[in-house]
Design a protein around this ligand. Structure first.
Ligand code: SF4
Length: 342
């Protein structure tokens, strides 16, 4: 693999870096026409020479993205149906998503918002952002605001700070959360200016760090997570179950141990949302439940996330097992598979 300028965003750059072959150029041109691509220096380093490995698979575009499968939807979890104003999704009574930007440092090939993220989709203008914050102010039942997108940590510290200060001043907002891939894909962005913003709030800042493989937790990522912890940010992990990336119990065990060791509590293991062109990443639910079951008893409870499905169309998230109660709750299975009477 050649040394390459990063971020890598174009087909010639992907080829120059030795990440894709000229033979797949025509099919990939069609993929890049439709979906954004970006690989940061951190990600290219984590891929190393293994361009078919679990890190590469998450970020390098594939001709498989042009394959349509039944059930795929441009908006798989129904964000649009629950959006009262631009940039806000209000699906549950007590919390909203606020999406100030649609830009990310990387573009994950399985992203459930892949039809809506990328430089072409930009973000909220100042007027739109004011309207979104106003919506939160006017709805006293909103208890938590979840900053997502896109990746909110792509905003400048000044702009993110302005949003967080505005939320901090709304009395009925008790908590806010940021969903981000930045600590593992562009850890250098966790700098003093950003940390000052996150450390200077009255309300606790929760950061859900998206990470799918232990090899993404590089020394730089670990150092960034340490800086966040020192700034008082509470760290939670979210992981997507992905074929060819982390669909083995041993792989997830390594990941969840590495997360907890980095101070990140594994929170959700997501079943893949069926966005267009992502079926090559799908792990059947039955297989996912087997994997999760294999982790029970083996791994500290603190390192166990909830296996979760976002119901297609926007009906909400539910845990999808596995279950341990048997026979109308009169019997229970233990972590080794033995059944006991209650
Ligand atoms: S960082 Fe998040 S929003 Fe951005 S492409 Fe990846 S999964 Fe999608």
């Amino acid at each position: 693999m050649n040394a390459a300028a990063t971020p890598i965003r174009t087909l010639p750059q992907l080829m120059d870096a030795g990440l894709v072959d000229a033979g797949s150029a025509t099919a990939l041109a069609a993929v890049l026409e439709r979906y954004a691509v970006s690989l940061t220096a951190e990600v290219v380093g984590a891929i190393g020479a293994n361009r078919d490995g679990p890190i590469a698979r998450q970020y390098i575009p594939s001709p498989n993205e042009l394959v349509s499968a039944p059930g795929e939807q441009a908006d798989p979890i129904g964000d649009e149906a629950h959006s009262p104003v631009k940039g806000v999704v209000h699906r549950y009574p007590d919390r909203v998503l606020l999406m100030p930007t649609q830009v990310c440092a990387v573009y994950c090939r399985f992203c459930f918002r892949r039809e809506h993220v990328g430089p072409a989709h930009g973000g909220l203008s100042e007027t739109e952002l004011d309207a979104a914050l106003d919506y939160v102010r006017r709805n006293p039942n909103i208890w938590e605001v979840i900053l997502t997108g896109g990746d909110p940590l792509m905003l400048s510290a000044r702009r993110l700070g302005a949003i967080i200060t505005a939320l901090d001043e709304i009395p009925h907002v008790a908590a806010f959360r940021i969903h981000s891939r930045i600590p593992v894909t562009a850890p250098e962005r966790i700098d003093d200016a950003l940390l000052a913003v996150l450390a200077n709030t009255h309300k606790p800042v929760n950061l859900a760090v998206h990470c799918n493989h232990a090899d993404e937790l590089t020394s730089h990522a670990n150092a960034a997570l340490r800086r966040l912890r020192k700034a008082g940010v509470m760290l939670f992990g979210q992981t997507v179950l992905l074929k060819g990336v982390n669909d083995r119990a041993e792989t997830l065990e390594d990941l969840f141990r590495a997360m907890l060791a980095a101070g990140v509590k594994p929170y959700y293991l997501h079943q893949l949302d069926r966005a267009p062109g992502t079926s090559h990443f799908e792990v059947p639910l039955a297989r996912g439940r087997e994997i999760v079951k294999a982790l029970r008893g083996k791994l500290s409870g603190l390192a166990q996330p909830t296996y979760i499905l976002d119901i297609p169309g926007g009906a909400g998230k539910v845990p999808v097992g596995p279950e341990y109660l048997r026979d109308g709750e009169s019997m229970v299975e233990d972590p080794r598979g033995f059944v006991h009477r209650l």
